[in-house]
Design a protein around this ligand. Structure first.
Ligand SMILES: [Zn+2]
Length: 90
């Protein structure tokens, strides 16, 4: 059964080892990635079984994680603020 990760900024989820019913084992970087609007799906590279669903962070989550010192969140927030500065508020 696929695991749903609600907090994108959870430490170490990319490196965590998953086991598929078909016997495949590995972390998210070895899986098949499918980018959707709200989530990214990660499936077994051998049998296509869905193993992990990662919900994309909203702006509030990015801000909270950046404020907590999460390096990736700080980068994302900087990009978001740069885009806002260039495009203006919408
Ligand atoms: Zn599999």
């Amino acid at each position: 059964m696929a695991e749903l990760l609600n907090d994108y900024f959870t430490a170490g989820w990319r490196e965590r080892r998953h086991e598929c019913a078909c016997g495949w084992q590995g972390d998210s970087r070895a899986m098949q990635m499918d980018l959707q609007d709200e989530v990214t799906d990660y499936a077994c590279p051998d049998c296509g079984n869905l193993l992990l669903i990662v919900r994309h962070p909203d702006l509030a989550q990015v801000r909270a994680a950046a404020a907590a010192g999460h390096p990736e969140a700080r980068q994302q927030l900087a990009l978001l603020e740069e885009a806002e500065r260039l495009l203006g508020p919408r």
